[in-house]
Design a protein around this ligand. Sequence first.
Ligand code: G6P
Length: 607
Amino acid sequence: MCGIIGYCGPRQAAPILLDGLKRLEYRGYDSAGISVGINHELTVIKQTGKIHDLRVHVPAEIAGTYGIGHTRWATHGGVTNTNAHPHVDNSGKIAIVHNGIIENYTAIKKKLEEKGVEFFTETDSEVIAHLIAQNYTGDLEKAMKDTLPVLEGTYGIVCMHADEPHKLVGARNGSPLVIGVANDEMFLASDVTAILAHTKQVVYLEDGHVVTITDDEFTIVDMSDRVVNKKIDEITWDLQEIEKGDFKHFMHKEIYEQPESVVRAFRGRIDREAATARLGGLNLNSRELLDIERIKIIAAGTSFHAGLVASYMIEQTARVPCSAELASEVRYRNPIVERNTLYFAVSQSGETADTLYAMRELQRKGARVLGICNVVGSTIPRESDGGVYIHSGPEIAVASTKAFTSQITALYLFCLVMARMRHMSFESGEWYIRNLTDIPDKIAEIFNTADKMQVIAKKYCSFTDFLFLGRGINYPVALEGALKLKEISYIHAEGYSAAEIKHGPIALINEETPSVFLVPDDRLREKVVSNMKEVKARRGPLIAIATEGDMEILDIADDVFFVPKVPELFYPFIMVVPLQLLAYFCAVELKRDVDQPRNLAKSVTVE
Ligand code: G6P
């Protein structure tokens, strides 16, 4: 969703801000703007559309060595140049950018209007600029601190003043802000990708803290004006990880990164001598792990599907009841938190509002919630009671791919811990580890025949409705396949348990409705084959993802994509990759905006 970047230093700010905004593009947005300061004046330029559209409106001669920039994903007020950030106060001297939502902005606006303040936009954010102006007596940091108590809602804010050059003041409450520390220059951003080209030294700001940056230093204070000393963290990613390299799209690159990203999720966490896993971040001792009687996973989107997959594995292998539920539903159902239940909040970004708020509600009720997240320092890991980072590296494409397989890896490691503590033998533990660590090579094998999926995509991408069908642990993979296709190709697709089609969806089957069947050589194969025949009898086009060597499927399906053989409960890793490729190739064929599909955002920080 929205993104922020700020710069103070010796260089011209505008190109740095524009490049930073370009790096934030992946988060999803509809308009963008920058403000730069020089000679006690601010220049503000805002534009709907892509960063390219903004860039063409920024004059080459624009001068200013400090400034702020923003990408907006509209919530309050339409997508217009005026509603884009930065917003300025009536003097034109103060500019602000804001991520989040100011819930009481209507009341604040009314009071300010009574005082004669003139409003220009339909946004909630504009009140912040005017409030800071009202509180300003020559000290921007103080004005910010006096403003924050009035604001209800969530925010990451950065502001600048024309009369206080080379200074930016930022604050956060529920919306991330990170300080980038470099030689003789400082940055503020909502996401490290915006500043990675300039520095790897960062400080994560906490809720309730206010930061002031100048060219060469940063100061953090709390709301009682106490100075907060925070350590500088080093980002472990490289710039190339947020660049496409030889790939045309980030999604394609990220699909291909999975052999490596799965390794990163289990590296250093397998104890072969004890045939178990070691997950230090769980913050649970053996006694507490043994006391767990139930596991519940909350998540949204692709992360929810990863949670569903893990629930099958955990129940069947650790024999601990486990379910996955949409975080957005959990929050408002007044969830019952039972003793000895362990919760996982699964989220690539660690910022998804639905998941975060559900987690907070569960914690209020006394639940212990662990995070399975990718983005280090994001809100869910910081507020959870422990957890596991999946270390996928930055996932830039809006449609999640490598995070999915890494989330499953992390949860499978946890499953191994639980199973080995209960009934799983040493030998079975070794078998489990062998199969999990074989997965990266099996995924890499799939890429050898990726061109076959491209041919299938070409053949079918003009259809407008698809069914994705699987059973058992591959049922959630069918849901994920349908989601991928919808997200990036805009083709209508539904995921179902293959068994369920006879209870309704079979009414949709005709020559115009292709079905993608996941039919590995597992216990349920015969049942799925029967379901395929039911579709075939109704002349529905059939695409099958089957285990290599399964020649019978060639006679039933119109097109078959073969995958390597793995044990039943490991198939989700192997089944999902062809579906990611199918969605990707369809979207490319249809000339969609693969990495930034319409209306979607990478990290959804509103409910
Ligand atoms: C958005 C993204 C999806 C993602 C979901 C959950 O809707 O577009 O790709 O799966 O959020 O995101 P999270 O960061 O919590 O995994």
